[in-house]
Design a protein around this ligand. Sequence first.
Ligand code: NAP
Length: 496
Amino acid sequence: MSQTQRDPKVVIIGAGMTGILMTIKLREAGIRDLVILEKTDRIGGTWRENTYPGVACDVAAHMYTYSFELNPEWSHRYAHGDEIQTYFEKVARKYGVMDAVSFNESVDHCHYHNGKWDVGTSKGRRFEADFVINCTGILHHPAYPNIKGLDSFEGAKFHTARWDHSVDLAGKRVGIIGTGSTSAQIVPELQKKVQKLTVFQRTPHWLFPSENYRYSEQDKQRFRDKPERIWRTRRTNEFFLQQFITKAVTGQKLPNFIFSNLCKAYLRFSVGDPELRKKLTPDYRVGCKRIIISNQYYPALQKENVELHTDGIREITPKGVIDNNGVEHEFDVLVLATGFNPVSYMRPMDMRGENGQTIDEAWEKKIATYRSMFMPGFPNNFLMLGPNTPIGNYSVIAMSEVQCGYILKLMERWRKGEFDAIDAKPEAAQSFVARMKDGLKNTVWVGGCSSWYLDGDGDPILWPYTWKQWEEEMEEPNLADFNTSQCEPEPLSKTA
Ligand code: NAP
């Protein structure tokens, strides 16, 4: 670090994949004065919280890996959840990230004043920070269905992200509500164990088949011997996603045509019973809801002990579920695979920007950011994986690495003393949102379905252009889109 560089105080909120990444990269850049506030007792975010049977990542493992920490040891093409959790723990230990984490310490408030953030925690501590980085994840607030009588059920009942491992499912009658990516991973596992599994589907999803082959010891040795082989595997996956899936879902006609027909053909050839096939056929465009990557879900649904129920749920009773035909289905266990509230971001934290403005107030009319990461009025505050990040079937790790690079470039300027506070201009955010809206018109996400991809107004919160375009635009911050200022910081009354 040069003599003239300042060393910022940084608070990172959350020790999941993005929090670990930010800590490693900030330290590599010479920024040492940082703390990660983690609300639980373990790192890992999504992979700590989701421990349901069959949990895995449907992005190929060698792509769902930090670029600076390749892993020749992945056991399968799509890694299992516990393996991913172990990977993050190993990386965090290797890079000394654990030393920076304060566990079981959640953020109560986070208030901006004159170039500094005042962060107060559940342990009653206060931190004064030059920068706050929200690494709070996307899908971590479980969504519970609003079904009459839900609380009256007398058997075991839990959300997939709160799996109760004390419940033995062997030989039980199990009902599962929801048929998204999570359910599609659970159903094949439960089918092997339970006496009877009833799957309650409200809307069918499109599936794309992909074999989860095991890497042999020989494969792993080849990866260990030559990391370039890992890169080759990774680039092949990236190419497929960028050139095919991303183009298909963002409205390019030929990839969309091919992709749609592959999904339709897969359904046609793998489900023989026309009645069942009809139930499984969506009436919206392929890709509108997140594509489920699985070659196990359709076969599992056709096993004798599995029933797909599509008549809707009227209410839940102490014994089970009454469907819309008035028929009661009795269960020992009820699993809620009903997804997440994705647009909470850092809420319900009491975060206030300039003039005490809360996030709810800032986003009262619409969730809006500049480049997914900046909320005007919240200077020196970055949001990882915010709205309109190119989330889809791509790797969120790759996205986070790009966002991390962008943040580091801005912080570097702060360190040189170019400014004390940096805040996206409201007009820059408006123009970003308008450009998103314009691009989204062409995508499949406005293809007549409802999904967690949509905000409260029904507008998709995804990036509607290509991955390459996003990477290029994120290469260098455009300072003309920010207000910068010098501040005279006032000391806080109590600083940890
Ligand atoms: P989801 O895709 O939002 O699916 C929720 C399911 O619950 C839907 O089938 C939904 O039906 C149903 N549902 C919700 N409320 C209901 C109600 N009141 N009555 C009946 N059904 C109801 O959630 P998810 O499956 O947990 O997946 C969320 C996201 O997590 C995925 O899209 C993916 O991004 C991520 N994920 C990733 C992986 C991975 O491998 N990388 C694995 C699992 C999850 P409707 O469709 O009718 O709304």
